[in-house]
Design a binder for this molecule. Structure first.
Ligand SMILES: C[S@@+](CC[C@H](N)C(=O)[O-])C[C@H]1O[C@@H](n2cnc3c(N)ncnc32)[C@H](O)[C@@H]1O
Length: 281
């Protein structure tokens, strides 16, 4: 197979499954991560022969993409804040909206030394790893209920050469935090079952439901529990940061006020949806 015939096969197999823009991005990712080539290499030498072993790998990827498996699972990793983050079926694939939350925290705290930070619901470890890379000598702790997620996050911490304290814990049955923190951050499960209809197959069938869904009758359960614990565990100049369900901004702000937070700021993401909250006393 040549590079050109690989490209033709990719587009022909997937055109009925995905918009062209998405197939363009699969093409770029496979070129870069499987073949170690750029689009310029392709333009210069479209008839270059692909080796048999790469050929087999690419065929597998194309047929799994046709089943709507996420490209990140097929490649084995994704990029988050320019860091390489390994992903699998046990962790949520880090989203660009979460990068915006990280930038907000770094904008507020990047020059502060020795911060005590707690992240709740670590998944791949993308949040604590990105914070650890950019904060100066921070003490970073992170909780998840999933042992498989913690194993993955630990590997990601090793790959990215950062030191993080991983805690296997159910936040919903936690009575108090063991210390005071400057920053508490969480991107907890927040999708209601009633929102399933608007979700894509690659998310619904291949990402962990433990990371995504909450009960429809109590969709802010994690926000309430974390805020109740945080109110007595945030240092005087500290803050609580949440990624939120775009449809539940008002409800989340209301519960933060009831719990005792005074200053609450809501921000939209790059798509114009209500997506993150910062709360202080
Ligand atoms: C939306 S994912 C966020 C993952 C990652 N922080 C990110 O932003 O990509 C939520 C995470 O919360 C974890 N989780 C779910 N229920 C939990 C609980 N009761 N206690 C602690 N963690 C929980 C899930 O295992 C999952 O890793």
């Amino acid at each position: 197979m040549t590079l050109l015939s690989f490209k033709q096969k990719l587009y022909a197999t997937l055109e009925s499954h995905y918009p062209t823009s998405e197939i363009d991005s699969f093409f770029k990712i496979i070129l870069e991560d499987v073949l170690n080539l750029s689009k310029i290499d392709f333009a210069l030498e479209p008839n270059k022969i692909v080796s048999d072993d790469k050929n087999t790998k690419i065929d597998q990827i194309i047929s799994r993409l046709a089943e709507h498996q996420p490209i990140q699972h097929l490649i084995g990793f994704t990029e988050f804040m320019d860091l390489k983050i390994m992903v699998n079926e046990h962790v949520l694939i880090p989203r660009p909206e979460t990068e915006e939350l990280i930038r907000w925290i770094l904008n507020d705290y990047s020059t502060a030394p020795n911060l005590d930070v707690l992240d709740i619901g670590t998944g791949s470890g993308c949040i604590p790893i990105a914070l650890s890379k950019s904060l100066n000598d921070a003490n970073i702790n992170t909780i998840d209920i999933s042992t498989k997620a913690i194993e993955t996050a630990k590997k990601n911490a090793e790959i990215n050469k950062v030191n993080i304290n991983f805690i296997h814990q159910d936040i919903l049955t936690t009575n108090q935090f063991p210390q005071q923190y400057d920053v508490i951050v969480s991107n907890p499960p927040y999708v209601r079952n009633l929102e399933k209809a608007e979700m894509q197959k690659n998310v619904l069938e291949f990402e962990p439901h433990l990371a995504l869904f909450v009960e429809d009758n109590d969709p802010v359960i994690f926000y309430k529990k974390i805020a109740e614990l945080a109110i007595s565990a945030i240092k005087p100049k500290g803050a609580l940061y949440y990624e939120i369900n775009q449809y539940l901004g008002k409800e989340t702000i209301e519960l933060l006020k009831q719990i005792g937070f005074k200053n609450i700021e809501l921000k939209k993401d790059m798509f114009g949806n209500d997506r993150m909250i910062k709360a202080t006393f």
